[in-house]
Design a protein around this ligand. Structure first.
Ligand code: SF4
Length: 203
């Protein structure tokens, strides 16, 4: 439903993500908040100065973790079979890939959306390299945590089902209101409530 409701909204990068993303280029080397902040301002001149404190927190937490430096960053990946493209944030010397997140980590494991992302990137990399990709890292920068997720068959099933749903929405299907959705903390709650759709959305 979120994809359906947000499909025509412009995508914008949050200030928090801008900070985490810029910090990620320095993982595996000494983290200097001053230098990173200058880069953040160069990339996002309008960034809220209050984000400097967030950067300090990220640097403090990431400084106590042993990160592998990247040999490649922002690597485009593609699966022509599934018709998807993406960008892997970091690839390390051992060939592992990682995705940067501006969210805090769960006490254990990874978020469902992150498992889907890892499955999508693994699928693309397998098609590009012809080699099996067992999983990838999700790097939760605000907590300084890197967590490896091993792709499970259920992740691949979920990915294929999601791609099928996305294609069908693009072809004009209006999705059903899902069971057990996290509606209470969703900004679309009013539009979605009662599980129906406003006539204006259908026309
Ligand atoms: S209100 Fe619920 S069903 Fe609707 S988009 Fe949000 S989480 Fe999904």
């Amino acid at each position: 439903m979120r994809y359906y409701l947000e499909r025509n909204e412009p995508r914008t990068e949050s200030d928090r993500y801008a900070v985490c993303k810029q910090l990620s280029y320095h993982l595996g080397s000494e983290l200097c908040a001053n230098a990173i902040w200058e880069e953040v301002q160069a990339v996002h001149p309008a960034i809220d100065p209050a984000q400097r404190a967030f950067l300090e927190t990220c640097v403090a937490r990431c400084s106590v973790t042993a990160w592998k430096p990247a040999v490649q960053t922002d690597v485009p990946v593609v699966s022509t079979k599934q018709g998807i493209v993406g960008m892997v944030d970091r690839i390390t010397p051992d060939g592992a890939f990682s995705v940067i997140r501006a969210a805090g980590a769960l006490p254990f494991g990874t978020y469902a959306a992150d498992r889907l992302r890892i499955a999508g990137y693994a699928l693309c990399l397998e098609e590009m390299t012809g080699a099996a990709v067992t999983g990838g890292y999700v790097e939760y920068i605000p907590d300084g945590v890197a967590r490896f997720h091993t792709v499970q068959p259920r992740d691949r099933r979920q990915l294929l089902a999601t791609l099928h749903t996305v294609r069908s929405i693009r072809e004009g299907t209006v999705p059903h209101h899902p069971l057990n959705a996290p509606c209470n903390r969703c900004r679309h709650k009013e539009r979605c409530e009662s599980g129906g759709h406003r006539l204006s959305e259908l026309l």
